[in-house]
Design a protein around this ligand. Structure first.
Ligand SMILES: C[S@@+](CC[C@H](N)C(=O)[O-])C[C@H]1O[C@@H](n2cnc3c(N)ncnc32)[C@H](O)[C@@H]1O
Length: 280
């Protein structure tokens, strides 16, 4: 299969997930954003310490999914545009925004076609992450796209699952207390292909009709160089010991974040935050 075919299958997989995620009573919990009009997603609530004041900024959220983080950026005062390849995700995001009377624009496009889909528009801030880069086959090409979307002097921020964490064996047969590598740390030509009709929130037993999906890991240096070569100066690179979801068996939950057990806590990073400024 070509990368376009892999990404087309991923799109079907995400269209299926979107409907389930929008109605799920665990995970995204859209009802909470309607009940509390000042609620921020856990993701943006953490990231705001890196973003600074976004009031009045034109912000583009790449791979915005059903819009919970996009809405949170809007609640921090940004003028938001969300972009995603999944039309079903954007339907859910638009409905969420309408239900809380919040202005926002949503554009359906593959990330790689974003500059065309947005007709060359540039933004003060491009924001992405938390399960975004792993769906993209070519990180250097992604860097060029991000470079085209940020205005000179504008900023980019991502918090993403660390490539080291993605490389860990997440199988249930791994003995408790053992960390084992299974997947490549670096970007590979061939994706890792998974076949799983379940998604990561409780769907009450409903399953995905498109169960196959394809992912690529991207080493930290590859991400750094993709942005540097696209005219960015990296200003922050922090590695974190938590994940927003339970990816590796044996993790424990604290304050809705997931950590490795104490004896492994300092061994490998689970996520990273990277901020950059477009200089060129
Ligand atoms: C895990 S979600 C995004 C993470 C977001 N933080 C969230 O949880 O709401 C991944 C999103 O990436 C989108 N996506 C995957 N590959 C894409 C691509 N090539 N272009 C645009 N969107 C893509 C999917 O449709 C999905 O909505």
């Amino acid at each position: 299969m070509s990368n376009d075919e892999f990404m087309a299958q991923n799109k079907r997989n995400w269209d299926d997930r979107a409907a389930l995620h929008a109605q799920a009573v665990t995970g995204y919990r859209l009802d909470r954003y309607r009940d509390d009009r000042s609620l921020l997603s856990q993701v943006v609530d953490f990231d705001r310490r890196y973003l600074g004041d976004v009031t009045g900024q034109r912000a583009l959220h790449l791979q915005c999914h059903i819009g919970t983080d996009t809405l949170s950026l809007a609640r921090l005062g940004a003028d938001v545009t969300g972009l995603d390849q999944s039309g079903a995700s954007l339907d859910a995001a638009r409905a969420l925004f309408a239900s809380v009377d919040t202005p926002g624009r949503f554009v359906e496009s593959n990330v790689y076609d974003a500059a065309d889909a947005l007709a060359g528009e540039q933004f003060d801030l491009v924001y992405t992450g938390v399960g975004a880069l792993n769906w993209l086959p070519d990180i250097a090409k992604w860097g060029e796209v991000v470079g085209a979307l940020v205005r000179p002097g504008g900023s980019f921020y991502i918090r993403e699952c660390h490539p080291m964490a993605y490389a860990i064996d997440d199988g249930e047969d791994v003995p408790t207390g053992t960390l084992r590598l299974k997947y490549p740390y670096f970007q590979t030509v061939e994706p890792m292909t998974f076949d799983d009709a379940d998604t990561y929130v409780d769907t009450g037993g409903e399953q995905l009709s498109e169960s196959r999906c394809h992912e690529w890991n991207h080493g930290l240096g590859e991400v750094f160089m993709a942005l540097t070569n696209a005219g960015f100066q990296v200003t922050t690179l922090d590695e974190h010991k938590f994940l927003d979801w339970e990816m590796i068996p044996g993790q424990y939950e604290r304050d809705e974040l997931f950590y490795l057990p104490d004896q492994q806590l300092d061994m490998v990073p689970m996520m990273y935050s990277l901020a950059a400024v477009k200089t060129a």
